[in-house]
Design a protein around this ligand. Structure first.
Ligand code: MLC
Ligand code: AMP
Length: 476
């Protein structure tokens, strides 16, 4: 039997295909029938273009329903979906193109759909095995080089089915969708839960607190990164009545501070459900839907996920299970490095399990900053900064930021005699990197603290600049 993910998802579409899938801000709707028809056109067009099963199809575009139609069409054609952040610079995209070697690169999904109208629609999804690839999600690496996490049809289906069950999704839900659709959170976690239950989505192109607030009155479930919740709380209009239609608020992609969890409960009477995930495994753990949700804990492993901690009490979290990725694209060395001999993926997150089995994440073994839910690998930024005139060496760190959780800071040693200033360095960095990776602040120093091995002691820098953005440290 074919394990094509498209067929699994479409099995959840409502029997009455006239029912809405996207509820748009201008009051219009896009039905499930329209989504299904467009996916068939896209798939037919891709096949006519000569796209073979396993070929990569890239999409780099602003969020839109047409982008989702392209995603489903790619799956249906048996090709491998490669989503890219539209904020990436040309230099960043060149790397992905060269590495993933996509057969088709789409930047305007509306125009692509218009072209696809000439093709004959593909009636049946191209047969795929569970182990065949459905998508490649690039995540930056500690070496500064991005790696493509390969996710199979079987892995994505297993995670989607587990979440649909765990979070109690049904046709009577309405999902508020304000996340970007080029990362696993907005693309797989959110969309797949909606598709499997055939429910509509209040569809927002991006997070704007006033629009989200308005959308809540029509929704039952919202998914977001912690910044969504701190921004909602910063809006005085967000109150108990504003949340009363909602059965569930889910948070993930970055740590939710216990203070945010508490303030949210005080304001609305509702406890946010925090879960933990990553590109390489989609969702790994979740707080319970019906049991107690505890601030600071990411809950229990999802059904089928084996989770262990390397170390006596606290250590690096290792996982094994049906949704874990198949390895890094064309990078067997990195794949081998990140799996244990008995097949557990080494997440790089540090945590512990309590006697009750709950998982608590306390830090990261990987040098990673999470800003507003986006991952920033310091090495990638340092490599760019070190190339700039006026900089002899840089150390990039994340420090507490009241809005983004962590803010990117570059601590730099200027070049002797070189003249440069903070604003021009930030501007230079933004020309080379997606804006979210660029430092929000640059601090000039004469020396960087080093250990006996000569390695920069970033923990000392993080302590020294902890108050740079005026946030109270996000300890948990
Ligand atoms: C945007 N900017 C950011 C930023 N987002 N800078 C740092 N960190 C971010 N997250 C840049 C913008 O380009 C802008 O530049 C400037 O900072 C101010 O932006 P803003 O207007 O405040 O940002 P906004 O557009 O409102 O976006 C903030 C946000 C957004 C938090 C709403 O970043 C967001 O939607 N984040 C979600 C990320 C996500 O989906 N992560 C999931 C990864 S999957 P300029 O040019 O205007 O000055 C994953 C696995 C899992 O982690 O477990 O889910
Ligand atoms: P990404 O590679 O973009 O998928 O980001 C995955 C990383 O986000 C994980 O390895 C964690 O470090 C982090 N993360 C996701 N969810 C949580 C959470 N609930 N608490 C703490 N960290 C999280």
């Amino acid at each position: 039997m074919s394990a094509n993910l498209y067929a699994r998802l479409a099995a959840g579409f409502p029997a009455d295909r006239a029912k809405p899938c996207f509820l748009l801000s201008d009051g219009s709707e896009v039905s499930y029938g329209a989504l299904e028809a467009a996916a068939a056109q896209v798939a037919g067009h891709l096949v006519a273009l000569g796209v073979e099963p396993g070929d990569r199809v890239a999409l780099q575009a602003e969020k839109s329903p047409e982008g989702v139609m392209v995603y489903l069409g790619v799956l249906k054609a048996g090709a491998v979906f490669l989503p890219l952040n539209p904020a990436y610079t040309a230099a960043e995209v060149d790397y992905f193109r060269a590495d993933a070697d996509p057969a088709v690169f789409i930047t305007d999904p509306v125009a692509f759909l218009a072209q696809a109208q000439g093709a004959s629609p593909l009636a049946q999804a191209v047969p795929r095995a569970a182990s065949d690839l459905a998508a490649i999600i690039y995540t930056s690496g500690t070496t500064g080089r991005s790696k493509g996490a390969m996710l199979s049809h079987g892995a994505l289906a297993a995670n989607a089915l587990a979440l649909h069950e765990t979070w109690g999704f049904s046709a009577s839900d309405v999902l508020l969708h304000a996340l970007p659709i080029f990362h696993v959170h907005g693309l797989f976690v959110a969309l797949h839960c909606a598709f499997l239950s055939g429910c509509p989505m209040v569809w927002l192109p991006r997070f704007v607190d006033a629009e989200v607030l308005a959308g809540l009155s029509r929704a039952t479930v919202m998914m977001g990164v912690p910044t969504f919740y701190t921004r909602l709380l910063a809006n005085p209009g967000f109150s108990r009545p504003a949340a009363q239609h909602m059965r569930l608020f889910i948070s993930g992609s970055a740590p939710l501070l216990p203070s945010t969890f508490q303030e949210f409960e005080d304001r609305t009477g509702v406890r946010i459900l925090e879960r933990y995930g990553m590109s390489e495994a989609v969702i790994i753990t979740s707080n319970p839907l019906h049991g107690e949700r505890i601030a600071g804990s990411v809950g229990y492993p999802l059904p089928g996920v084996e989770l262990r901690v390397a170390g006596v009490e606290t250590g690096v979290i290792e996982i094994r299970g049906p949704s874990v990725f198949s390895g890094y694209w064309r990078n067997p060395e990195k794949t081998a490095e990140d799996f244990t001999a008995d097949g557990f993926f080494i997440t790089g997150d540090v945590g512990r399990r309590d006697p009750d089995g709950r998982v608590w994440i306390s830090g990261r073994a990987k040098d990673l900053i999470i800003s507003g839910g986006y991952n920033v690998y310091p090495k990638e930024v340092e490599l760019v900064l070190d190339e700039l005139a006026g900089i002899s060496e840089s150390a990039v760190i994340g420090v507490p930021h009241p809005d983004l959780g962590e803010g990117v800071v570059a601590v730099v040693i200027g070049e002797r005699g070189g003249a440069t200033d903070e604003a021009s360095l930030i501007a230079e960095a933004r020309r080379r990197l997606a804006a979210y990776k660029a430092p929000k602040r640059v601090v000039f120093v004469d020396d960087l603290p080093r250990n006996a091995m000569g390695k920069v002691q970033k923990n000392l820098l993080r302590e020294r600049y902890a108050a740079l953005f005026g946030a109270t440290a996000g300890v948990r």
